[in-house]
Design a binder for this molecule. Structure first.
Ligand code: CUA
Length: 179
């Protein structure tokens, strides 16, 4: 019997399991168990597996909440496109919209404070990738992701879309300031 030819014994599933097959089944099972335990371990002790919450929403509902947040907390605008820079209230909630092909608005956070950042997409699947700290979250239309963040270092952080979303994907960049 080979992988290419049909099995010589047609009822191959009635053949006894070979020692080598048992060995591979055992290896695969043990490895699966190791990964299962590691998944739980990294969820608790890992630094990148976020325990974020997600809720069902619609682009309209999320945009309304984000617009209200932007209207109440904008401190200035930046770049030629007049993108609002919004100061998230200390230990409060912030909203970030993903859409073709921008992250909106620019958020400003304070070092050492804990924030709940709400993320959602207005159109397609985007990927929130915070650099250089390398935090990655899928941003999916219809879902509101709530991520807890406590910045530990001042600086300008880049948000890069890491989920291919069309012709402007490479230009889908955003910014978070930590003061
Ligand atoms: Cu948004 Cu790629």
């Amino acid at each position: 019997m080979s992988a290419i030819l049909p099995p010589s014994e047609r009822l191959w599933w009635k053949q006894p399991i070979d020692k080598v097959e048992w060995a591979w089944i055992a290896i695969a099972f043990v490895w699966g168990m190791v990964m299962f335990v590691m998944m739980i371990y990294w969820h608790i002790y890992g630094k990148q597996n976020l325990s974020n919450e997600a809720y069902k929403t619609t682009p309209e509902m999320f945009a309304a909440k984000a617009e209200k947040f932007i209207a109440e907390n904008t401190i200035r605008t930046e770049t030629e496109q007049q993108i609002p820079v919004v100061k998230v209230p200390a230990n409060g909630e912030g909203y970030l919209i993903a859409r073709l092909w921008a992250w909106y608005p620019i958020l400003e956070l304070e070092k050492g404070k804990t924030y709940k950042i709400h993320l959602s997409s207005m159109d397609y699947n985007h990927g929130f990738s915070l650099q250089p700290v390398n935090i990655n979250i899928q941003v999916i239309p219809g879902y509101e992701h709530v991520v807890k963040m406590t910045p530990t270092k001042e600086g300008t952080y880049a948000i890069v879309c890491n989920e291919y979303c069309g012709i402007g994907h490479h230009s889908m960049l955003g910014r978070i300031y930590v003061k």
